[in-house]
Design a protein around this ligand. Structure first.
Ligand code: SF4
Length: 327
């Protein structure tokens, strides 16, 4: 089977419509028992120490992957990631570029998705048929995500993982549906009010390297009711929409203005009492912290980490103090 590695969310429906499967290198890297070791492998291969650890982890994960091609986002995601694709191409890997248009222009997204379809030899009708199947998974994700903020009965780590798996649908749509159905039964449909007294939080920013962040937040009396980036990845607000419309409103790779407006609207809707902004060492997106603080009236706690590890003492203390203040 055609296996395609991806470096961030792309319209994966196209790959599945071509009879292939996607593997999100981010998910494989961060789930590895020795994720920190993968970062060191990349450094030994020559990637600079002052490069974001996600890029280094993606490099090491891609190099050992059996994928026949890598679809990488060359515009709208991040410039170090675009440079990573050059390094992987130089190492002999087949790279298929995908560029997110900067403006939310329908025709521009139509062209970008059309180019990906051409690369994989599929028609728009085939992509749309696969989109319907992806939407079955998205419906389950929406049940879980809605329960997370409406009933507060989904542990923070469970809602995070349920939304995140949509990036590559675990490379197996049937398995993704089975796992999501089990989560709906276990948590979303259960009469469980264990989270009702917790402080509702939004967590925004790039996916965290802090392996126990969700436990730290839960133990300190918080519950994440909005995971910005996994929610964006899931496209669960666009069930039934066509594939262009679905990805046209993907604000994570968009400009800061659109992204922040979405964060503010979601925090309001979900009645979040505070925002934890995770920033990655050596990531240009750290600069958005300033704009986030201007855009919202909610208290914001900014935490930073470099490489995969449990929360260090400083982040632990700051999260506990923030939750104490909110509660
Ligand atoms: S954390 Fe920042 S620098 Fe690193 S891959 Fe993501 S967007 Fe790029």
């Amino acid at each position: 089977m055609l296996t395609v590695a991806i470096t961030t969310t792309i319209p994966a429906e196209v790959i599945f419509a071509a009879g292939g499967k996607t593997v999100d290198l981010n998910n494989v890297f961060i789930a590895d028992a020795d994720a920190a070791g993968l970062v060191e492998t990349a450094e030994r291969a020559g990637l600079p120490a002052n490069t974001c650890a996600w890029v280094k982890g993606l490099y090491a994960t891609a190099r050992r992957s059996a994928a026949q091609a890598v679809v990488g986002v060359v515009e709208g995601d991040c410039s170090p990631n675009a440079a990573l694709l050059d390094i992987l191409a130089a190492a002999g890997m087949k790279i298929i570029p995908f560029a997110y248009p900067r403006a939310d222009d329908y025709a521009a997204f139509d062209r970008a998705i059309g180019e990906l379809e051409t690369a994989f030899g599929v028609t728009r009708a085939q992509t749309e048929a696969m989109k319907k199947r992806f939407d079955d998974a998205r419906r389950l994700v929406k049940i879980i995500d809605d329960a997370a903020w409406q009933k507060m009965n989904i542990p923070s780590g469970v809602s995070f993982a349920s939304q995140l798996l949509t990036t590559d649908m675990l490379g197996d749509l049937d398995r993704a549906l089975t796992e999501l159905t089990a989560t709906v039964k276990k948590y979303a449909a259960a009469d469980n009010s264990a989270g009702a007294d917790k402080a509702p939080l939004a967590v925004v920013g790039v996916p965290t390297m802090i392996g126990d962040l969700w436990d730290v937040i839960e133990n300190a009396g918080g519950r994440v009711v909005y995971h910005e980036v996994p929610h964006q990845f899931s496209r669960a607000d666009f069930i039934g929409a066509d594939v262009v419309e679905t990805y046209r409103h993907f604000t994570y790779p968009a400009n800061a203005r659109r992204r922040l407006a979405e964060i503010v609207a979601q925090c309001e809707k979900r009645r979040a009492r505070g925002i934890v902004h995770y920033v990655q060492s050596f990531c240009h997106r750290q600069l958005h912290d300033l704009l986030l603080r201007r855009a919202t009236d909610l208290p914001v706690l900014t935490i930073e980490a470099d490489r995969p590890a449990p929360a260090d003492g400083r982040n632990l203390t700051r999260i506990e103090a923030f939750l104490e203040q909110l509660r």
